[in-house]
Design a binder for this molecule. Sequence first.
Ligand SMILES: Cc1ncc(COP(=O)(O)O)c(C=O)c1O
Length: 328
Amino acid sequence: MSPAQAPQGAVADNGWVTSPDTPDALAPGAPGALRPRLPSPLREVTDERFARHGVRLLLKRDDLIHPELIGNKWRKLAPNLRAAAGRTVLTFGGAYSNHLRATATAGRLLDLPTIGVVRGQELADRPLNPSLAQCAADGMRLHFVDRSTYRRKGEPETLAAILRATAGEDAYVVPEGGSNSLAVRGCTALGEELSDHGGIDVAAIACGTGGTLAGLAAGLAPGQRALGIPVLKGGFLGAEVRTLQAEAFGGPRGDWSLDDRFHFGGYARTPPELDAFAADFERRHGLPVERLYVAKLLYGLVVLAEEDAFPRGTTIAAVVTGRPLAKT
Ligand SMILES: Cc1ncc(COP(=O)(O)O)c(C=O)c1O
């Protein structure tokens, strides 16, 4: 579909395609302090790097779902917090994990104890970095483990030892990145929101653990496809997404694929070229571009458009899954 054929109500000049402001749109059972803005807004941007290839770009603003629990964090955590039913929530992450920060924030908002198991025993003796300091300020109890223990955290004995060491035997355990079956099923709503908009052909998303992609793909309508841009190096994500879908739905769901070329060397690698691209995108479109995930997604989409990887007439919805960390 070309911009000229935009659906009724669309504003081609960087306006809102939909601008729902639905404070009463509580997800079923969502805790009050986590009241989301759903469906998240969908906004069209005019960008000649897409337009000259006959491609239309929409931004699915999941970063606006909640002022503090941003993007896919809300979609993945909300069903788990409901399931935790007031118990301590224990989860895992690296020193800069968005997921750890989001869990700590949710704990503060819901007055729920949280424990963060952090990769890297050596960090225990250093001042906390801003991300971990934020977790601690939100009341998260931090527990540092060596890298080999961290790698084995999925093994029952290792997990049991971690729970004992943290006095978290009764805790509700959420895996690293928050991607368990409840989270994956929570993310189907993202696909469903996009399937409600006739005309979207491709839903594109940056991937870490793949949980958001696994759910998104499952929620799309027939004829729509999901494209994942992994931000980690290693080529393991396809298998992960298949496993997550098997666990959440009992088998494969939806039409999805990955393009592994845009990780820029691996997780948290943000070379100057990527930073310059993101800063330019911010200037063009007034969108704060989170660097670890969203910048890599948008960069990948521009390259793919320039390669004519999308047939003319394609409409892409790029999911804005995060927001840059506030500068301190
Ligand atoms: C901003 C942002 N976008 C995307 C993702 C990827 O989510 P997933 O791990 O479900 O692939 C994350 C994960 O932490 C994230 O923080």
